[in-house]
Design a protein around this ligand. Sequence first.
Ligand code: UDP
Length: 456
Amino acid sequence: MEKQEAKGLGRRLVFVVYPFQGHINPMLELATILNSKGFSITIVHTEYNSPDHSKHPDFSFVSIPEGLSQTILSSGRDFATTFLAFNNNCEAPFQQYMEKLLEVENPQDRVACVVYDGLMHFAQVVADRVKLPGISLRTSAAATLLAFAVFPHPQEQGYISFQDSVCQAQVPELQTLMLKDLLVSMTEKPTTSLLEMRATVTNATKNASAIIVNTMHFLEEQTLKVVQKYFHAPIFTVGPFHKLAPAASTSLLEEDMSCISWLDKQEPKSVIYVSFGSVASMEEKELLEIAFGLANSEQPFLWVVRPGSVCGSEYVELLPKNFWESAGGRCCTVKWAPQKEVLAHDAVGGFWSHCGWNSILESVCEGVPMLCHPFFGDQGLGARYVCRVWKVGLELEGVLERGKIEKAIRTLMATTEGLEIIQRAKALKEKAELCLSEDGSSYNALNELAQHILSF
Ligand code: UDP
């Protein structure tokens, strides 16, 4: 591959966003990165969870109706059903938009391809129809491509079985990930919608002209080799995007910056930051166990209590007086934090996370060790990577219980076992920095991706 910088001048990329925070962030970051390489950018998004256009004055935005009422979207309907509805409802308006765009195309501003979130698979179908290449973006680990690819028809795969003994087996190609790590989200009986989702996403990805994954090559080296066998298109591991893109906030909720001045007053590496991302929710009982586990750990903590963290609650109104009496002096709560800034702050010594992939990458890049409590989906896989493959975190397994939480926080923040984890987290951060620096794998993959797009 040529070393010279690829410049995408005169070429436009049409991005199609999946409308949830953990997908919007990486997609807009990738768009920013490719815009800095000279490509013009159009962002196609649903009316639901529209990104803030004013934060990206260089992009064109197009809104398409997803046709789902706010009530349905916020009703907690199962993920796969909502996903299928997005794909069914957005296909026709997107096709109309693309046909119109190509009709009036300016030769100085030709559309090079459609870059779509892998979950918006209708975009590949439309790209095929209008004879444009499609690029599938995976905002999660590369291993999830494999999980989707093998599970629609698990029995047809030679070694895949749901039997427990087989699930305990180590898959030699997958570092120390085990088969059951890929099965994390499969332990429950998959619904028809979930199976349909996995199959359609995989089929679209098989038709893609390239696959971009927000990961670093060294993090998933063995897995990537296996993934490449399932998909013929080249895979570009250009992550983590947030380190390559200038920091324009893509938050849907307002970031409460007051926590940064609170962090400024704390001792270096003393604070445990607690956040379960933008979607996970819990019972009131769990919220209370978390609260008292944190309070009893006697460690200072910064806790994101998102509106709706507990169904129907707005913020911290469910926390009792004795919690504030016990922890008030050592805690800061916010509805939404500037997470990347928080993780980069010197006062933060640990991150208790649900293990969303963005959170994992953001933590790895700052060398912050993790306490992992996955809630659903690919978060279990992320936790396995953190705790068993890279060994930069501790898993908080099973039911949340205050004694267990207190012990886990103390182990991470104040024991020799914790110190070893902290040292490995630091070493991982250094490897990530190398990846992003000139001639590192992500740096090179980005240039190769730009060249690849220009070859269309
Ligand atoms: N995030 C944030 N402030 C918060 C909590 C989360 O900015 O208080 C961001 C976080 O930095 C990450 C994204 O929201 O980029 C969450 O994505 P992730 O994949 O970790 O989890 P998801 O929300 O998809 O479950």
